[in-house]
Ligand binder design. Structure first.
Ligand code: 3QA
Length: 231
């Protein structure tokens, strides 16, 4: 099994690379892919750069060029659900693009013809995350993640995303990665740790907590990888 591990920013994948051996850099499409081993198992790691377009490119490359059989995403997110605090983990059960809008034609937000508002993540991987969470004694929230090409730092925008998509967290890459994996029939998993609450303090909180929350997410993901390579 060849495992793709993706983040959007360098901070999100740096803690992953520390766990790997025989790291080899491959340059492709103006990005760097790290081919490596984890316990003799093939992994490919990359950060895509921020947003739906770059994450689509990286996810497609991971699956088509590197032929990965499963894709795991790790990173940070803004909290929408008020129960979520900085550092908390969120596992996506399904994702939607909050900025996709052809509602003038009578379609729901996040929908385009022949697409769907939500894309479901792999149930077995979500189940595995539950086992790992129990084993580690950490709380993990299973919920809906909304994705768009905007850093949200505004109560009204956050409220719209909450009401329209019942989102628990928001970020800028998950749903585009989901579209790619769903289209290519590859099981995928999206994990995020909260860095801010998408409110007026979001910019400040993000800068303060991006590194620590990215590490929380990455370390949890590696526990899952450990289980996957043993299975
Ligand atoms: C934000 C990162 C992008 O990859 C999406 C973090 C955390 N809080 C969010 C929020 N709204 C939307 N997304 C998020 N990630 C990139 S902008 C900062 C770049 O600084 C999730 C996320 N409130 C780089 C230095 O200039």
């Amino acid at each position: 099994m060849k495992i793709a591990i993706m983040g959007a920013m360098p901070e999100e994948v740096a803690p992953i690379l520390e766990h790997l051996n025989d790291v080899e850099e491959v340059h492709y499409a103006k990005n760097t892919y790290y081919k490596a081993k984890y316990k003799n198992n093939d992994v490919v790691v990359a950060y895509s750069k921020i947003g739906k377009v770059f994450s689509t490119l990286t996810a497609t490359t991971m699956l088509e060029l590197f032929a990965c059989d499963v894709l795991l995403f790790t990173g940070v997110a803004g909290a929408v659900n008020p129960e979520l605090a900085i550092g908390d983990l969120v596992v996506a059960t399904k994702l939607a693009q909050h900025d996709l809008d052809i509602t003038i034609f009578g379609h729901p937000h996040g929908y385009v013809p022949e697409g769907s508002v939500y894309i479901q993540t792999d149930k077995d991987l979500v189940a595995l995350s539950k086992i790992v969470a129990t084993e580690m004694g950490v709380k993990v929230k299973e919920g809906i993640i909304a994705t768009g090409d905007q850093f949200i730092a505004d109560e009204a925008k956050k409220e719209f995303i909450s009401q329209t998509f019942q989102a628990d967290a928001l970020e800028m890459e998950g749903a585009s990665v989901a579209v790619v994996c769903d289209a290519l029939g590859v099981p995928f998993f999206i994990l995020r740790s909260i860095s801010d609450s998408a409110d007026m303090d979001a910019g400040f909180n993000f800068e303060e907590f991006v590194q620590s929350s990215a590490k929380v997410s990455a370390e949890f993901l590696m526990k899952m990888v450990d289980r996957l390579v043993r299975a």
